[in-house]
Design a protein. Structure first.
Length: 236
DNA sequence: CCAGACGTTGTT
DNA sequence: GTCTGG
DNA sequence: CCAGACGTTGTT
DNA sequence: GTCTGG
C-alpha cells in the first residue's frame, strides 16, 4: 500500500515538471518533508474546468473525507483506494468521473510484512521506494471536498492514493503498491473521458528502486534526509 | 419504512 | 448522499 | 502507515 | 484490543 511518503521537491519545481500552476501562495511555506503521514496537508495535481491554465497544484488533506462525512474521524482509514473496486465503493465511485488527481511524491515507505525464508519472527523493516533517478513520481488519486461543521461549513479538500497488486519485485515486500503514472498517462488520467481505468496497473519492476531504511521513519516526529539513507543491509 | 454503513491494511 | 439490510 | 494513549479531580 | 494523532 502506501501509508507514508516523502515530499521534498519544491512546489515551483513540481509545477515545471508537471506543467502546472500553483493556486495559492503556499510556496513560501513549503518545507521538505521526509515523513509525510496520513491526515496531513499534501500537494495534489488536478485538471480544472477553466481552461486557461488548467493544470493546478493545490493542497488537500491526505485521507479522503466523503462529502457526507459527519466528522474527520475516519479520514485516516481512507488514505488508499483499491483500484479493483473503485467503481463500486460508495466513497469513491462518484469521484472516478471528474475528481481524479495526481499526488506527486519523491518516494514512499513500505513496511515489509512478507516473510521471505527468514521465518515468522522477523522484525518489520521499512523500505524506501522511488524512481531510480530520484525524480518525483506521479501517483494516481481521487479527491473531493467536505464541509467542516466545526468550522462553519468551511470547505476541506481531501484525497486518497489508488493502489493495486505489486509487480514481482515489490511483491517481496508487500502485497499492494500505489499506481504510478508516466508521461502522457498523467494527462490522460487527469482529463481522459471516459475515466482511463486501464492506467491503474503496477509499474514495471525497473521503473522503481527500493532499499531498506532505518526504523527511525516509524516515528512520525522524525523527519530529515537521513530517513532515506540506505540501511546497512538490503535483503531484497 | 427506518437504521446503519459507507474503507484499507494487517493480523489472528 | 445513497445503498443495503431488516 | 506506526506510536501512543487508554482517566478524573484539583491545583498550578 | 482499539482508537487517536501525526
Amino acid at each position: 500500500m502506501c501509508g507514508r511518503f516523502v515530499a521534498t521537491t519544491a512546489p515551483s519545481d513540481l509545477a515545471l515538471l508537471f506543467d502546472a500552476v500553483l493556486d495559492d501562495p503556499f510556496a513560501e511555506q513549503f518545507r521538505a518533508n521526509y515523513n509525510v503521514a496520513p491526515t496531513t496537508q499534501i500537494l495534489t495535481l488536478v485538471q480544472t474546468d477553466d481552461s486557461a491554465n488548467d493544470r493546478v497544484l493545490r493542497r488537500a488533506h491526505w485521507g479522503l473525507l466523503p462529502s457526507w462525512s459527519k466528522d474527520r474521524k475516519r479520514a485516516a482509514s481512507m488514505i488508499n483506494a483499491r483500484s479493483e473496486t473503485l467503481t463500486e465503493k460508495p466513497s469513491f465511485r462518484n469521484l472516478v468521473a471528474r475528481h481524479r488527481c495526481v499526488i506527486p511524491v519523491d518516494g514512499y515507505y513500505e513496511w515489509r510484512t512478507v516473510d521471505v525464508a527468514t521465518g515468522p519472527k522477523t522484525p518489520k523493516r521499512p523500505y524506501f521506494i522511488s524512481s531510480p533517478d530520484g525524480v518525483a513520481l506521479a501517483l494516481a488519486g481521487l479527491w473531493t471536498t467536505w464541509k467542516d461543521p466545526e468550522r462553519n461549513g468551511e470547505l476541506v479538500r481531501s484525497c486518497a492514493i489508488i493502489t493495486t497488486t505489486p509487480n514481482e519485485r515489490l511483491a517481496a515486500i508487500h502485497d499492494r503498491m500505489p499506481c504510478v503514472l508516466d508521461g502522457d498517462d498523467i494527462g490522460e488520467w487527469l482529463s481522459g473521458e471516459p475515466a482511463p481505468l486501464h492506467l491503474l496497473r503496477a509499474a514495471a519492476p525497473e521503473r522503481l528502486r527500493h532499499y531498506s531504511v532505518s526504523t527511525a521513519v516509524n516515528t512520525v516526529r522524525n523527519n530529515g534526509p537521513e530517513l532515506i539513507e540506505p540501511a546497512e543491509t538490503t535483503l531484497f
